[in-house]
Ligand binder design. Sequence first.
Ligand code: SF4
Length: 389
Amino acid sequence: METISLYIHIPLCVKKCAYCDFASFSGRMAQRARYVQAVCREIRTQAAFFGRRQVQTVFLGGGTPTLLTGTQVQAILDTVRACFDLADDAEITMEGNPGTLTMENLRAYRLVGVNRLSLGVQSLDDGLLAAIGRIHTSREAEQAVRMVREAGFDNLNLDLMLGLPGQTAAQWEDTLKRAIALGPDHLSCYSLILEEGTPLFDSVQAGTCAPLPDEDAMEQMDALTAALTRAAGYAQYEVSNYARPGRQCRHNVVYWECLPYLGVGLGAHSDMDGRRFYNPADWEAYLHMAEGGETTREAEGENTREDRMFERMMMGLRQVRGVDAARFARDFGARIEQVWPVTVAQITRGGLMTSNQERICLTPRGMQVMNGVLVHLMEEMDSKPQNRA
Ligand code: SF4
């Protein structure tokens, strides 16, 4: 039976950041225990339906999972162990906000089995941190890294953001150098995506905050990211992700490879046995569903074969190692170059793509124009009569 990954969403935050449109809420700490119980109930409900699968990675994401006590994390992981076969070498990640850590909780998380911490540092510039509404300072972020290490975690990721309002290449260079000096095992460097409906979106639109960096500045920041991470021994393995040898995030690789995962908790998405489904993102609706032993798993239909093939390319090409071509052929009964004969031939000739029997990937130049490549793949797929709706 196929192994799965488990995503568990903890939608609690101290305060909403100005750019955040994730399913997370401030002011719900009083309902924390109830939420944890609902999550445990949902894990049992889903396991009763899908059976006792082997779980290879668990990711407690948020929100701010480090707002949970060690006992609450233990309750969740004990439920996972009771309902699934959690692999002995499972990667168990927990996301955390540097403004919420205590030594007591960190030690407890480690003791109950969490073996990877992912800290949302975002920037080490206090002005930028304040501008985007983070609850912590750069000093607190640096202190958080020391606490995580002291608690015994030997697998640590730092999330950083570039493209923040008013951010200069020099500021990014300073943040990245200081982050690297902290010695994380993994770095995620995400470009800000300005989401409509967030306070930051409104400020940028209204011109009440510093302007976003222009294209030249973004190119400089990207170049700095590539140079500084490489010089420090991190290998890029995905568009935004860099790791020391053997420290890639196994959980995120599951998404990029389009392997099965079960999402538990408010707003969580799942891809199980060829079915897509997601939970309500509304607090009361989710609790009502989970506490009642119900799920939304039947609510979503199956994606078409074409949707799945395109998604396999879109996600896989994000990885430096590209798409598993052999698995693609096995799963869809056709090789990638048979599905997209024109595009694959053109972009390969143009030096944007390369392949062998095993995998098909974009070259560094291809990675820079990935969106254009995807548009061509989409257009070729849509142009085939059998693929038109
Ligand atoms: S801590 Fe994370 S999830 Fe919470 S509001 Fe900020 S960005 Fe959103």
